[in-house]
Write a protein that binds this ligand. Structure first.
Ligand SMILES: NC(=O)c1ccc[n+]([C@@H]2O[C@H](COP(=O)([O-])OP(=O)(O)OC[C@H]3O[C@@H](n4cnc5c(N)ncnc54)[C@H](OP(=O)(O)O)[C@@H]3O)[C@@H](O)[C@H]2O)c1
Length: 275
């Protein structure tokens, strides 16, 4: 199997969303470790606080951006174009669509506005950034990694809108990859299962709500995705237990798996923050 280092050889720039925590932060740390010459441009509301002596040379531009706000995304794209045009004018570009969040509750809890904000971050911003940056990627060569989820493989009652946003980006990434055959740009949809980040707390769940059985670290997810990129794959489910689980749910009747997922996810309600 080709190593991630070999696959990243001609890449010079990484444009990433959500590098301020969790999986996004691990992408920056691991990519910078594997390829110290990479330059990063991060879009998120908070600045990544990457304190690592080994990454003291880290070339990172932070562009503050709330991806749920179209105007801010348009403005951030100007900064990304400036970064690519002036700071890193040559070499392949890796776009990592990672930002995202979930909301746990009975739809539309907590309110419709937050459900729509989630669609804006998890879906609309992904489509907008990729559409705007695709001409550069085609001209210079590159890849688009989009972080979906194992939640994309079945309806997810109580996380209904979240799971649907991830089903969207999974299918969209696969379809885009097919359209891009022969252009020098590849796509990879990454499907992590439960991963130890801020995700569940931000979704409104208490620590320990989610069984750790399928749990992975963000570093494991990022390494699995870079190995998949090196192997030329268009989809990776991170971790063997998640692979088995998604394979099983994919062949089950939708009606049945929706019931089972609803029964499993409804138990999380007991542990909601403030419940
Ligand atoms: N953790 C899991 O179990 C799991 C499983 C499957 C898939 N995923 C997916 O993995 C991705 C990363 O999540 P994570 O687990 O690393 O969670 P996390 O630690 O909560 O990180 C989420 C990232 O998304 C960014 N983000 C959220 N809202 C944003 C907004 N309005 N504008 C810009 N950036 C925003 C955050 O940055 P700011 O707050 O600084 O803006 C943060 O960097 C998400 O797409 C998530 O759906 C996670």
């Amino acid at each position: 199997m080709p190593s991630p280092n070999a696959a990243l050889k001609d890449f010079r720039a990484v444009v990433i969303t959500g590098g301020s925590s969790g999986i996004g932060k691990s992408y920056i740390e691991l990519l910078a470790k594997l390829c110290p010459e990479l330059a990063f441009c991060n879009l998120s509301r908070r600045k990544p606080d990457i304190i690592n002596k080994k990454l003291s040379q880290l070339n990172l531009r932070h562009v503050p951006c709330d991806l749920s706000d179209r105007a801010q995304v348009a403005e951030a794209l100007l900064a990304v174009r400036d970064f690519l045009g002036r700071e890193v004018p040559a070499g392949k570009v890796l776009l990592v669509n990672n930002s995202g969040f979930g909301i746990y509750g009975r739809f539309p809890e907590p309110d419709a506005a937050q459900q729509l904000e989630m669609i804006d971050v998890n879906v609309r911003a992904v489509v907008q950034l990729t559409a705007e940056l695709l001409p550069v990627l085609k001209a210079r060569g590159g890849a688009v990694i989009t972080v979906a989820s194992t939640a994309a493989f079945q309806p997810t009652p109580y996380l209904g809108t979240y799971g649907a946003t991830k089903a969207f980006v999974l299918n969209w990434s696969l379809a885009l990859g097919e359209e891009l055959r022969g252009t020098g740009v590849r796509t990879l949809a990454v499907c992590p299962g439960p991963t130890s980040t801020d995700f569940f707390r931000r979704a409104g769940l208490k620590e320990g709500s989610v069984p750790t059985m399928f749990g992975e670290t963000s570093e494991m997810v990022v390494m699995a995705s870079l190995e998949a990129l090196a192997a030329g794959r268009s989809l990776v489910v991170s971790g063997w237990k998640n692979k088995v689980m998604t394979a099983v749910v994919s062949i089950m009747p939708k009606r049945v798996i929706t019931r089972l997922a609803g029964a499993a996810l409804s138990r999380f309600r007991m542990k909601r923050v403030g419940a």
